[in-house]
Design a protein. Structure first.
Length: 200
């Protein structure tokens, strides 16, 4: 298990801010602006290893506290992010992967976001004495949609993404005779990227 802490500080930060058009009601626009100072404290706890002989787990928990000074008064935000990737070797020729990511609701200078989660599932089958690999992955098998809220002087805008984010991918690979000279080894999954930037 690994425990780490880091602190970041920035001054004269640039954020994309939304404004209401004073001449046209119902029209809003965004622009980058220098907003103020930002401080972020982050604690990271990570565990990677075999819970059982057939189960390899790589799990990370983040605790984040951030505050930023703004012309409108600034904000404070506390957030937890959980990310877990698990590999299950069920037999010599068959394995499953299960990934889970979740984040509590968050707030920044630009917008506030709802709590998020998603679950990925995958499987791998080796055939013909290891010459053929069949992989099937289902990204965002279960998930919720991203919803953001932007507040200004006397107005509030809410945006939600209702598009489907689920993806299914089937991969086939054939190991030719030249590959027999190379020792093959199944490696644990790496952590997924979870950073998302919404578009207004």
């Amino acid at each position: 298990m690994v425990l780490s802490y880091d602190f970041t500080y920035g001054s004269d930060m640039v954020n994309v801010m939304m404004h209401q058009d004073e001449r046209h009601l119902g029209v809003y626009y965004t622009r980058p602006e220098n907003t103020g100072q930002r401080r972020r404290h982050r604690i990271r706890i990570n565990y990677s290893g075999r819970i059982f002989k057939f189960w390899y787990c790589n799990t990370t928990l983040y605790g984040i506290y951030m505050n930023e000074s703004l012309p409108q008064g600034g904000y404070h935000n506390m957030q937890a992010i959980f990310n877990s990737n698990n590999d299950f070797t069920l037999s010599k020729n068959f394995s499953l992967t299960l990934g889970f990511w979740a984040a509590t609701k968050s707030k920044s200078a630009s917008y506030a976001s709802n709590a998020r989660y998603n679950i990925d599932l995958g499987g791998r089958l080796s055939l013909f004495k290891g010459k053929m690999d069949v992989s099937l992955s289902w990204s965002n098998m279960l998930y919720n949609h991203n919803k953001i809220t932007v507040k200004g002087d006397g107005w509030t805008i809410k945006r939600g993404d209702e598009n489907s984010s689920s993806r299914i991918q089937l991969s086939l690979a054939w190991n030719f005779s030249a590959g027999s000279k190379i020792k093959k080894e199944n490696l644990p999954s790496v952590s997924r990227s979870t950073r998302e930037i919404p578009t207004f």
